[in-house]
Design a protein around this ligand. Sequence first.
Ligand SMILES: Nc1ncnc2c1ncn2[C@@H]1O[C@H](COP(=O)(O)OP(=O)(O)OP(=O)(O)O)[C@@H](O)[C@H]1O
Ligand code: SF4
Ligand SMILES: [Mg+2]
Length: 369
Amino acid sequence: MVLWLTPPERRDVQHRFFVGEKDIRRKGGKMDSATFNGRSSHFESSTRSLLAIEDLNVSLGGTQLLQNVSLSLKPGELVGLVGESGSGKTLTGLGIMGLLPNTATVTGTVRYDGSDLLTLDAAALRDLRGDHISMIFQEPRASLHPSRTVGRQMIDVLLAHETITRKQAQARAMELLDLVGLPNPRRTMNVYTHALSGGMCQRILIAMALLCNPRLLIADEPTTALDVTIQAQVIELLRRLAEEFDLAVLLITHNLGVVASLCSRIVTMYCGQIVNDDATDRLLTAPQHPYPAALLKASDVHLESPDDWTSIAGSPANPARPPAGCRFHPRCPYAELRCSENSPILEDAPNGGRSRCLRIDELTLDGVA
Ligand SMILES: Nc1ncnc2c1ncn2[C@@H]1O[C@H](COP(=O)(O)OP(=O)(O)OP(=O)(O)O)[C@@H](O)[C@H]1O
Ligand code: SF4
Ligand SMILES: [Mg+2]
């Protein structure tokens, strides 16, 4: 397994991962625009956002499911996107990828490296997907082709996106399978996905997402089908790719423990809206919104015993029929009358980050750290 690495081994893996005709190293390797996959639109400054979503609204069948979603990621940044089931995390990921159903009405801007993805035609989007932006989908088995071998699926992706021979594509695919910890990559290349466990399918999806050395990875519940050991290895892999190759990762998950250990920033969604966007350290010590504060208390992040866990009262609100005012008010222990009458906007919180709460100036919320 290649993920727990001493420094000399790290160099070896770095070499093996990116072996081939192209040198795509970005940080230590001092990538320049001429050597990064031959792409002309090299990202110029690491202070500029790689991804900037502004006021993304998504409606399906006349029902608004995402409202004014705004978030950004810089190169190499690891950002968690959390929230209970149905809060809109996957729709946000699909919106970035341009993979929402054709019937969806989408407004707002989704800028990647300065270009608004919502205005690109299908061919330009296809070029970006996989090559620049990759997504690990929530349902690993459903995302893989049932009647093609793992190897064929991986090679097809590479041949579609890169100027590379079949033999080179095969070698690259096997390197990636090795990198995500699949034993015997050569054998795995020849099997169909029905013969693989959910965890193995998940790792194949991760390998496929990394095939073309993307700069932005949207990982939707990438570790849920994995046992704890493999989960830790995948997290370490994502951390390493972000550190060494400036890969930006939007990690979508229910698991606050995973995001807290990996991400520097955590964005929390509730009922189709972002309600909080804050640095992980601050969120753990002094949350700036009652909902992530409640999520933390309902999870095992830094709490000493399950006796300390408290569930959140009530059920998640349905974005198709959101409560009036603050959408969290029916479940919020701090709700006042005005919370059911006025809709808060996402704005700068007193101690940093952004929060969608009418009372945030007067609340002092406990963290778990
Ligand atoms: N194709 C669709 N048609 C209609 N409604 C949809 C569709 N996809 C998602 N929704 C609705 O949009 C809302 C957000 O769904 P989404 O899948 O983004 O949630 P999520 O946060 O990813 O949840 P989970 O944690 O369970 O994956 C939910 O109310 C869901 O029922
Ligand atoms: S606006 Fe009111 S109900 Fe909403 S999170 Fe803040 S205190 Fe709770
Ligand atoms: Mg989802």
